[in-house]
Design a protein around this ligand. Sequence first.
Ligand code: 5GP
Length: 112
Amino acid sequence: MTLFERIIARQIPAEIVYEDDQVIAFHDISPKAPIHVLLIPKKVIPRMGEVQPSDVGVLGHLLLTVPLLALKLGVAETGYRLVINNGSDGGETVPHLHCHLLGGRPLGWPPG
Ligand code: 5GP
């Protein structure tokens, strides 16, 4: 099981902020901003580079969840950033597709 599957299965504790039948969102254990939440599909897709046409439904649902999550986290008005790391240069460390939602302070650009 991936680390995130173990969180979905409640084998590892996490501060869950949203969950439905297709996705789950929880606070990152090592936050890089005042708000740093990981939004992931429950289906294990290793990374963006491996998405399949059959994933269109879950990926669409994941993105449609973002504004609801942002409202819930209090950053809908102030703004936020979505990040998906892919592969070693992208900084991916967990091979289970996840979207970082970062906010709560002005975020620099370009990223490091
Ligand atoms: P990546 O580097 O793959 O884009 O993101 C993985 C993220 O998972 C990192 O930001 C890291 O802090 C977070 N993370 C790693 N282990 C855990 C954990 O056990 N619980 C939670 N909530 N987040 C984790």
